[in-house]
Design a protein around this ligand. Structure first.
Ligand code: TLP
Length: 348
């Protein structure tokens, strides 16, 4: 990549092996179900997550929206975190396109939703109330800094869902980061879920795409929903070819990104004006703030990092110095040292 880009793992470029596989991918018309590379990706994704079937979609947002609209009818309710990506950052799509009513509960510092909050949010049958249909979890939880959610916790939520006849969806945009951090297969983390959406185009480096997985019956319905959303793709094997490398190879190396995030956080903790708790870094994200007494403005810091050190950062806005940085395949340990050196120079 041209820059050391810390804004997100969504910025990752495809690897040379992905570009080669894309150029040579066997393709067909996927709306006819005839693209062999898409079919292969969907089957391997489902197997890796322990589900029956998969559906290739254009983005994490489309994966979540397709799942929510497939599980819920108009006027029905989903319970989710007040800092969930689905609630905060998907343009209100479930309400806009599906009339799905969100019931939010607080996201705890460890990324979970309190079980009592979930239980309390489930509606009684009453003509005044929306009908609860779905619970959504996010693993890793982005807004809390990429916290991985354990299999034990997820099973407890699954039990609540089953007791009340509800469905459980996991926004697993970074589920393989959670699996790497917890040292267990992703399939165990999502075992109680009826559906899971995960992204190929974040830390896994594919240029485009997510996969939604679930039962055969659910995915057949989801395929219809995807079509209605305009998400039926044709020779999408070109994209799925990169997705296969993401799934087979890139899922195996995420611990490197986590180690780099830890090293970065530990380095930043030694620099004046930075407030960070390195013990909270569990995956590939770090959250920190810079106090108002820093020697240069945040705008100047952003400009100097880019112009003098080739480092691109984001995650801040005017008057706010809360910063999120994300490590990924294109950020090496040498880059981490370079970033720490740049920050120390500019903030001392
Ligand atoms: N997250 C992006 C931004 O939208 C914030 C990022 O840079 O982290 N679920 C989760 C947990 C996500 O973090 C994201 C993207 C999505 C879903 C949506 O994926 P895309 O961007 O592919 O629609």
């Amino acid at each position: 990549m041209d820059y050391i880009d810390l804004r997100s793992d969504t910025v990752t470029w495809p690897t040379p092996a992905m570009r080669e596989a894309m150029a040579n991918a066997p393709v067909g018309d996927d709306v006819y179900g005839e693209d062999p590379t898409v079919n292969q990706l969907e089957a391997e994704a489902a197997a890796k997550l322990g589900k029956e079937a998969g559906l290739f979609v254009s983005s994490g947002t489309m994966g979540n929206l397709t799942a929510v609209l497939t599980h819920c009818g108009r006027g029905q309710e989903m319970i989710l975190g007040n800092q969930a990506h689905i609630f905060r950052s998907e343009a209100g799509s479930a309400a806009a396109f599906g009339g799905v009513h969100p019931f939010t509960v607080p996201v705890q510092p460890d990324g979970t939703l309190a079980l009592d909050d979930i239980r309390a949010a489930i509606r009684q049958e009453n003509e005044h109330f929306p009908r609860t249909r779905l619970i959504c979890l996010e693993n890793t939880q982005g807004a809390t800094g990429g916290m991985p959610i354990s299999a034990e916790y997820t099973e407890q939520v699954g039990q609540i869902a089953r007791e009340h006849g509800l469905k459980l969806h996991i926004d697993g945009a970074r589920i393989f980061n959670a699996a790497a951090a917890l040292g267990i297969p992703a399939s165990e983390l999502v075992a109680p879920a009826d559906s899971v959406s995960f992204c190929l185009s974040k830390g896994l480096c594919a240029p485009v795409g997510s996969v939604l997985v679930g039962s055969k019956e659910f995915i057949a319905e989801a395929r219809r929903t995807r079509k209605a959303l305009g998400g039926g793709m044709r020779q999408a094997g070109i994209l799925a070819a990169a997705g296969l490398i993401a799934l087979r190879k890139m899922t195996e190396r995420l611990a490197e990104d986590h180690a780099n995030a830890c090293a970065l956080a530990e380095g930043l903790a030694t620099i004046p004006h930075i407030r960070i708790d390195p013990t909270r870094v569990r995956t590939n994200m770090i959250l920190f703030s810079i106090d108002e007494t820093m020697p240069i403005s945040i705008e100047e810091l952003v400009t100097r990092l880019k112009n003098d050190y080739n480092i691109v950062i984001g995650g801040y806005s005017n008057g706010r110095t809360q910063i999120r940085w994300v490590t990924h395949y294109w950020i090496t340990r040498e880059h981490v040292d370079h970033i720490i050196h740049a920050m120390r120079t500019l903030l001392s």
